[in-house]
Design a protein around this ligand. Structure first.
Ligand SMILES: NC(=O)c1ccc[n+]([C@@H]2O[C@H](COP(=O)([O-])OP(=O)(O)OC[C@H]3O[C@@H](n4cnc5c(N)ncnc54)[C@H](O)[C@@H]3O)[C@@H](O)[C@H]2O)c1
Length: 324
């Protein structure tokens, strides 16, 4: 099988590319990535000489380039992971989020018409809006989309255009909406790598004032396994929620990091909330579990400690980013 993965130099993308090439030694994989500040060649340093791997630098919104890649490489499956992904940046400059996440996705979809067996789009739980902290509700695949921030809205827009290509043109699509990922190679602007690397450097850990706000956490490798399961066994035209049921608030995450690194509580500092800071997301992931047989394999307590240790042992990876 031949896969075109977009955004394969980012956090989830690089873990996914490595996972696929390890698991399927006969698969060929083309990685199309614009190499934004988050896309780093270092993330796939260990596989750049793999004969089954081809890298193309470019934008998913570049119609000529994307058509050329589809026509020349003829991938069976496209996995669209490329995106602008940081909520804070979307508040400063929403335009690039709509450009890449919505318009870029549309260009890619169009180039795939009548050419691919599957177009899988990687999305987020954040499209559903948020829940009360003490709510008994969970987001299901039929929950109404209610995004509140420009990043979330751009991902919701991309999901809608993906599904429109299924209903209107018959493109065989699937969409996964995952919870908050953690693991190695995550850019240190995101909560866990930011707090771990700050703590290692004895710098303050900036907790949003609403530090009871909860997120559902999934190890990036469990997310990769879910995408793998969906492209092989998922039904076209379907959305799949991908979560673990493991919820932790910012205080709990901070405590785990400080304890594991044996750093003092005094590193904590409270900062104003981000605008439209969602309170809580929780997914009902029974559909992917029952229909496809996927289930998370990595225990959170173990996975988070291994992740903290990875950042501790790989200062070469994050130090240049923190000092940039
Ligand atoms: N990180 C999470 O917790 C999480 C959870 C659920 C879903 N997601 C989704 O997963 C995807 C990847 O997230 P991530 O955390 O790995 O992001 P990331 O920012 O680490 O990586 C994004 C990658 O996309 C590339 N890219 C950006 N714009 C591009 C463009 N126009 N053309 C080609 N490549 C481009 C970047 O260079 C980078 O390599 C996003 O769609 C995000 O919405 C992320």
């Amino acid at each position: 099988m031949k896969l075109l993965v977009t955004g394969g130099l980012g956090f989830i993308g690089s873990n996914f590319v490595r996972y696929i090439l390890d698991k399927y030694p006969n698969y060929e994989l083309i990685n199309l990535d614009k190499v934004t500040y988050c896309g780093r060649y270092e993330n796939l340093k260990d596989i750049e000489n793999n004969p089954n791997y081809t890298f193309v630098k470019g934008d998913i919104g570049n119609q000529e380039l994307v058509e050329h890649i589809i026509n020349h490489h003829k991938p069976d499956v496209v996995v669209n992971i490329a995106a602008e992904s940081h909520n804070d940046n979307a508040i400063k400059d929403p335009h690039i989020f709509v450009k890449t996440n919505v318009l870029g996705t549309q260009v890619l979809l169009h180039a795939c018409l009548d050419k691919v067996k599957r177009f899988h789009h990687v999305s987020t739980c954040e499209v559903y809006g948020d829940l009360d902290l003490d709510s008994d509700e969970k987001f299901t695949e039929s929950t109404r989309y209610a995004p509140k921030s420009p990043y979330n809205a751009s991902k919701a827009g991309s999901d809608h255009i993906v599904m429109a290509y299924y209903h209107t043109f018959g493109l065989p699509v699937t969409i996964s909406n995952a919870g908050n990922n953690y693991g190695p190679y995550q850019y240190p602007e995101k909560l866990i790598p930011l707090f771990v690397t700050n703590a290692i450097e004895n710098k303050k850990l900036p907790l949003f004032k609403s530090s009871q706000n909860k997120r559902e956490w999934i190890h990036v490798l469990d997310h990769c396994r879910a995408i793998d399961a969906i492209i092989h066994k998922g039904k076209v035209g379907q959305y799949y929620n991908v979560g673990t049921g493991v919820e932790k608030n910012i205080e709990e995450i901070t405590k785990i990091i400080l304890n594991h690194l044996q750093k003092p509580e005094s590193l904590k500092e409270y900062v104003p909330d981000r605008k439209s800071h969602d309170r809580r997301y929780l997914l009902d992931s029974s559909k992917i579990m029952n229909e496809i047989g996927w289930a998370p394999e990595i225990d959170f307590d173990q996975g988070i400690k291994e992740t903290i240790d990875w950042y501790k042992e790989n200062e070469w990876w994050w130090r240049p980013l923190k000092n940039a």
